[in-house]
Design a protein around this ligand. Structure first.
Ligand code: FMN
Length: 195
C-alpha cells in the first residue's frame, strides 16, 4: 500500500461521521455492493476463527413486512400504544433503503469466552459502518428497543444465545452531518503507571 493511500484512509477515519437514519433516502447499495459490505464485515479479528456473527439483510418490501411484526409486538407489549406509535414501528426499517442486522452468535469454546466473541460482532458492525461510509453512503449503527425484546428476537429467528449487536442503516444522506463533540484525550487516556 502506498503512503498516499494510507494517508487517505487516515484522513477518512479522522473525519468520518454517522448520518442519522431519519436523514437517509434512496439509493442504497446494489446487490453487488451489499456482498462487498458483508465480505468486509466478516473480515474482522475473530479469536479462534469461530465466525461468531451473522448478518440479516432487510431491503425492499422486507422492510415493510418486518415493520408489521414490530408494530404487532409493540401492541402486545404496550396495548395502550397509539396509532402514531404503531406507525412509527411499522416504518422503523423504512427510514433507510437498507438495514443490515448484525447478530452476535457466540460458539461454545473451552478457551474463548463469549465476551471476546461479542467484541468481534461489534467489530463487524464498525467494519460495516466504515465500509459503507467509505463507499460514499450514509450509515448509522442503531439498536433501539427492538434489539433487546425477546419477542422481536424470536420473530427475527434468533437462537437463544444470540443477540443483536446492531442494526446498520445504510442509504444516501439528505444532508451532511455536522461534526459532533469528541472526548478530550486527557479524559480517556492514561499512561501506566499513573503518577
Ligand atoms: C452499540 C450502539 C448502539 C447504538 N444505538 C443507538 C440507538 O439506539 N439510538 C441512537 O440514537 N443512537 C445509537 N447509537 C449511536 C449512533 O450510532 C450515533 O449515530 C453515533 O454515536 C454517532 O456516531 P459517529 O461518531 O459515527 O458520528 C448507537 C451506537 C452504538 C455503538
Amino acid at each position: 500500500m502506498t503512503k498516499y493511500q494510507i494517508s487517505q484512509i487516515h484522513n477518512f477515519l479522522k473525519s468520518r461521521r454517522s448520518v442519522m437514519a431519519r436523514n437517509m433516502t434512496m439509493p442504497g447499495p446494489t446487490d453487488l455492493q451489499i456482498k462487498d459490505l458483508i465480505e468486509i464485515a466478516a473480515r474482522v479479528p475473530d479469536h479462534g476463527k469461530l465466525a461468531p456473527w451473522r448478518f440479516i439483510i432487510f431491503e425492499n418490501e422486507a422492510r415493510e413486512k418486518v415493520g408489521k411484526g414490530f408494530a404487532d409486538i409493540q401492541k402486545q407489549n404496550l396495548p395502550a400504544s397509539t396509532d402514531e406509535d404503531l406507525q412509527l414501528e411499522a416504518k422503523r426499517f423504512q427510514r433507510a433503503p437498507l438495514v443490515i442486522g448484525v447478530v452476535a452468535s457466540p460458539k461454545e469454546h473451552p478457551k474463548i469466552p463469549y465476551w471476546e466473541q461479542y467484541l468481534s460482532a461489534g467489530a463487524a458492525c464498525q467494519n460495516l459502518l466504515i465500509a459503507a461510509q467509505s463507499m460514499g453512503f450514509a450509515a448509522q449503527w442503531l439498536t433501539e428497543w427492538i434489539a433487546y425484546d425477546t419477542k422481536v428476537a424470536s420473530f427475527l429467528g434468533l437462537a437463544e444465545k444470540e443477540k443483536i449487536a446492531g442494526f446498520i442503516y445504510i442509504g444516501t444522506a439528505t444532508e451532511a452531518p455536522k461534526e459532533r463533540k469528541r472526548p478530550e484525550l486527557q479524559d480517556v487516556l492514561t499512561y501506566w503507571p499513573s503518577q
